[in-house]
Design a protein around this ligand. Structure first.
Ligand SMILES: *Cc1c(COP(=O)(O)O)cnc(C)c1O
Length: 393
């Protein structure tokens, strides 16, 4: 075991060495531009991109020509939300999303709101899940898109995307799901879910950073997406710009590995996660699990520790890489919007840890983490002004 221990796999994952191996030739020998139609350098690059496209498509049950490569899930979310808001008829359209979405969806929804699109932000239940009936009730004649994530990046909660997809399809409304945390970790099939748009990110599934994809349904219905990046007409006009061939090849290799190894890996990681949970609860009182334990990613655990100051918690756990919220928002001192949406108070939301396990998490890692977290929490509770009920720090 080596310190520090990395338990922040929701923020990013290391690139699998097998993926790096697959990428290397495309930086040097096979450096062609995939859009060069007149010579072998271009053809080799195009062939590599098309193989990667087929692999990514396979992982989610799509056809290869429904995969649009982007720079990551943030761009995919932007393309989906802005691309549909922009495609809808004048006179105002309506989008339905939920309060616990990633900021890439929430902030994009706020942006289209300023341009005249109406947005409904559905609440989540105390277990973190959206009620599909609430989605149905929110759909009106001008609703063009429902956007609900597949798996939450903080609490790992799996949304009832198949039910939501069915509701949207029945009402003729497009369904987008941000599946950056789900794809490669749990089974997600675009037909089962009846999804029309799906955001993915390579670096959340042992591929490189800076590459992702948007699944865009081509038939029944054909999704009318307005491009957000204009130029040479790459990616069937939906996303112009020279393709990042090595990164795309890496994404494809990562997708193939996930397809082959996902179920065994999920089982292994789930057992480690459950042991971490059980042993922490054996050693500590007043530990709260945030979000549904049944509808949850196998690699996620999110716990709140009552009666201590959250500020000190992460600082004291100095040799374990974890976070209290999403990596992109933890720079701010605001408590997590996801935990607040579950109904936690600010103190408890701040005294929370997101554990994200992954491909290289070991038994020894978990032993160490249990030991460390239990002793840190015990010590901080001794010192905390919050330890007596009713006393506010
Ligand atoms: C990481 C993440 C994103 C952003 O993905 P990038 O590829 O880093 O842009 C979006 N949504 C969710 C749910 C994520 O976990």
């Amino acid at each position: 075991m080596t310190l520090p221990i990395y338990l922040d796999y929701h923020a990013t994952t290391p690139v699998d060495p097998r993926v790096v191996e697959a990428m290397l030739p495309y930086f040097t020998r096979e450096f062609g531009n995939a859009a060069s139609r007149t010579h072998a350098f271009g053809w080799a690059a195009r062939d590599a991109v098309e193989e990667a496209r087929a692999r990514v498509a396979d992982l989610v049950g799509a056809a290869a020509n429904e995969i649009v490569f982007t720079s990551g899930a943030t761009e995919s979310d932007n393309l989906a939300v802005r691309g549909i808001a922009g495609a809808s008829r004048d006179g105002g359209s309506h989008i339905i999303t939920c309060v616990s979405e990633h900021t890439a969806v929430l902030d994009t929804c706020r942006a289209v709101e300023r341009q005249g699109t109406r947005v409904t932000y559905l609440p989540v239940r105390p277990d973190g899940r959206v009620d599909p009936d609430a989605v149905a009730a929110a759909i009106g004649p001008d609703t063009v898109l429902v956007s609900v994530m597949a798996a939450n990046n903080e609490i790992g909660v799996l949304q009832p995307v198949a039910e939501i997809g069915a509701v949207a399809r029945a009402r003729g409304v497009l369904f987008h799901t941000d599946a950056a945390q789900a794809v490669g970790h749990v089974r997600l099939d675009v037909e089962d879910v009846q999804a029309d748009l799906v955001s993915m990110s390579a670096h959340k599934m042992y591929g490189p950073k800076g590459v992702g994809a948007l699944y865009v349904r081509r038939r029944r219905p054909r999704v009318p997406l307005v491009e957000q990046m204009s130029g040479g007409g790459h990616e069937r006009g939906m996303r112009s710009g020279t393709l990042n061939v090595p990164a795309i090849v890496g994404f494809g290799a990562a997708a193939a590995l996930c397809a082959a190894e996902m179920s065994a890996e999920a089982e292994r990681v789930r057992a480690l996660r459950d042991r971490l949970h059980r042993q922490l609860c054996d050693r500590l009182d007043d530990v709260r699990v945030n979000g549904s334990m049944t509808h949850r990613l196998p690699n996620n655990l999110n716990l709140s520790f009552a009666r201590l100051e959250g500020e000190s918690l992460l600082m004291a756990i100095d040799d374990i890489a974890v976070s209290s919220g999403a990596a992109c928002t933890s720079a701010s001192r605001d408590p997590s919007h996801v935990l607040m949406a579950l109904g936690l108070g600010e103190d408890l939301a701040r005294a929370s840890i997101r554990f994200g396990l992954g491909r290289w998490t070991t038994d020894e890692d978990i032993d160490y983490v249990v030991q460390k977290v239990a002793s840190v929490v015990g010590r901080l509770r001794e010192m905390s002004p919050l330890r007596t009920a009713g006393v506010d720090a």
